[in-house]
Ligand binder design. Structure first.
Ligand code: ARG
Length: 460
């Protein structure tokens, strides 16, 4: 390849070392930005014509040729070559090949430094919208599940120890809240993505009479970046996006862990769909929750990508530094991993079923009603600390006798507080304990119904 085909070849007389070309190329991964690169270049060309740096005819030719090039890339007919380094150079060279000197005008008033960050922002903006759509679908799947087993009661856990009863619907809605915060976080970050870098040129702006606001409008950005020196070094928006992806992955991972446990023989709470499990090559009875395990496992990749990006920008002086080329693989991988995990999570939630008999058979174990009993004593005027101690002693007694609180005889309760035996059996047992909840946002059936209605409205 002749040096003149390199967009910066003019100042060089010696060829680039092959190893340098292989080491510095980004075309093997940044080709994923071709649509964004073409869209930004078309907006730039139109603007150049508006301000008189191109004729209307030249801009028209450039826009059409860029469409043509995008079509070729999209159909897999475009030849890539690491000697042309990156997607920006490939597209510009292809344009020059088609249009000659007209093509040589496209790069007027811009630099690859503002070009690449513009492309990445356009890509992240789409990425955010795609992940938001998938989160919404996951929310719907969880909401459907909340509606499916309306009356099913599950043991609620803290420290993985049985704590208090919760409606299955309440359990699913807990995740709906988490997915909503994830969506809100993305929407907030999107504001910072949607500020136009293009026009900052290499670092200081340009002496040419460009109109950045025209490009802003064409590409749907909300504002124009205020400081040219800041722009090409800014990857904050990308760190935020991959952080947001990491939180989503962490939420998925916690849920996956829960369901892996729930599908064990020990728990026996859940029947996972065959389509989302695999078998063992040696143990014929096995049905393994591989998808859940990999959703959990791939979280490490996403968090790893975040760490990589944080380290990448550490200590970078203004303005553009070539280090920044390394931002893309981590971004793409984190995005792809979370997108796939969300899709599978929605499918799993839609097709899994609770083993209601198995859950019910052991629901009275583990003193899920103990806290309600304590609160019942509080309502009768017993100070909370005394009530706590009294119920603690009753639980110890149950453990000695290997029975439940509702199995203890009336004398025991009357011994705690005279007259208690006549009413206490109305609050003991899981069903009574659950019915006793009242507070806003609690698992009280009426509260849960309210929440289901709320989310149906929001996700309609
Ligand atoms: N391939 C580069 C990247 O992805 C494009 C920008 C290169 N700029 C430069 N001045 N060498 O970051």
């Amino acid at each position: 390849m002749s040096l003149t085909q390199k967009t910066w070849g003019g100042r060089f007389s010696g060829q680039t070392d092959n190893r340098v070309e292989a080491f510095t190329e980004s075309i093997s991964f940044d080709r994923r930005l071709y649509r964004e690169d073409v869209a930004a270049s078309q907006a730039h060309a139109r603007m150049l014509a508006e301000v008189g740096l191109l004729s209307a005819d030249e801009a028209k030719k450039i826009v059409a040729a860029l469409d043509d090039i995008a079509g070729e890339i999209g159909r897999g007919e475009f030849a890539f070559d690491i000697q042309l380094e990156d997607i920006h150079t490939h597209i510009e060279q292809a344009l020059i090949k088609r249009l000659g000197d007209v093509g040589r005008k496209l790069h007027t008033g811009r630099s690859r430094n503002d070009q690449v960050v513009t492309d990445v922002k356009l890509w992240v903006r789409n990425g955010i919208d795609e992940i938001d759509g998938k989160l919404r679908d996951v929310q719907r799947a969880f909401l459907e599940a909340a509606g499916r087993d309306r009356d099913l009661v599950l043991p609620g856990y803290t420290h993985m120890q049985r704590a208090q009863p919760v409606l299955a619907a309440h359990y699913f809605l807990a995740y709906v809240e988490k997915w909503q915060r994830d969506r809100d976080r993305l929407a907030d970050g999107r504001k910072r993505v949607n500020v136009l870098p293009l026009g900052a040129a290499a670092l200081a702006g340009t002496s040419l009479p460009i109109d950045r606001d025209s490009v802003r409008k064409q590409l749907g950005f909300d504002a124009v970046a205020g400081n040219s020196l800041d722009v090409s070094s800014d990857r904050d928006f990308l760190l935020e996006y991959v952080f947001d992806l990491t939180v989503i992955a962490l939420h998925l991972s916690g849920w996956a862990e829960e369901w892996i446990l729930w599908s064990t023989t020990e728990f026996n709470f859940l029947e996972l769909p065959d389509a989302f499990c695999t078998g063992s090559s040696i143990m014929p009875h096995k049905k393994n929750p591989d998808v859940l395990e990999l959703i959990r496992g791939k979280t490490a990749r996403v968090a790893g990508a975040l760490h990589q990006l944080l380290m990448l920008v550490k200590g970078l002086p203004l303005a553009y530094n070539r280090d920044l080329q390394e931002d893309k693989q981590a971004l793409f991988d984190a995005h792809d991993t979370v997108a796939a995990s969300l899709e599978l999570a929605a499918g799993l939630v839609r097709d899994s079923r609770f083993r209601k008999d198995s859950i019910a058979a052991r629901l009275e174990d583990g003193f899920l009603d103990a806290t309600t009993l304590m609160e019942f004593l509080v309502l009768r005027g017993v100070p909370l600390r005394s009530a706590h101690e009294a119920v603690g002693k009753l639980v110890r007694l149950c453990e000695e006798r290997r029975c439940r609180l509702k199995d203890l005889p009336g004398e025991v309760y009357d011994g705690v507080r005279p007259g208690l035996a006549s009413e206490v059996y109305n609050v003991l047992g899981v069903a009574n304990a659950l019915a006793a909840f009242k507070s806003q946002g609690s698992t009280a059936p009426a509260e849960v119904e309210k929440q289901i209605r709320h989310w149906h409205g929001r996700l309609a």
